[in-house]
Design a protein around this ligand. Sequence first.
Ligand SMILES: [Zn+2]
Ligand SMILES: [Zn+2]
Length: 144
Amino acid sequence: MAQRGAQQNLLKFSCSICLDLLKDPITVPCGHNYCSNCINRHWEEEKSKRTYSCPLCRMEFYPKPNLRTNNLLAELVEDKKTELQAAAAERIQKQKELERNRLNIQQRIQERENEVKLLHTLLFSYLLEQERASHFDLIFMKRF
Ligand SMILES: [Zn+2]
Ligand SMILES: [Zn+2]
């Protein structure tokens, strides 16, 4: 099981556009990091607005900042890749577990609902019988 630190590192070294590990990381002037492909695609979409923003903090830059790969960060990601990938795998595992738990709970709720439905049916037929019986009593009593 990866430590909590690895999960935090995973966030630190993940691109918030593709949610994957940073690839050719680029640091924009506000200090946020993105994959070079991701931020360039994002800015390509913004081109018509003649302003370039950070998807995370919405800070706007003009003219388009000159981007260079953050080599230090790239090396860090490379160094920690195995650990980070393990952390990513663990996160997916946890999500699956949560999903399984959710389904279990949903199934239990469904079972309870079925039981309640059954109880309602029983109660209803019981009441119906009671009513029939009292009705019968009434007819019976009228005869005498
Ligand atoms: Zn990315
Ligand atoms: Zn930013």
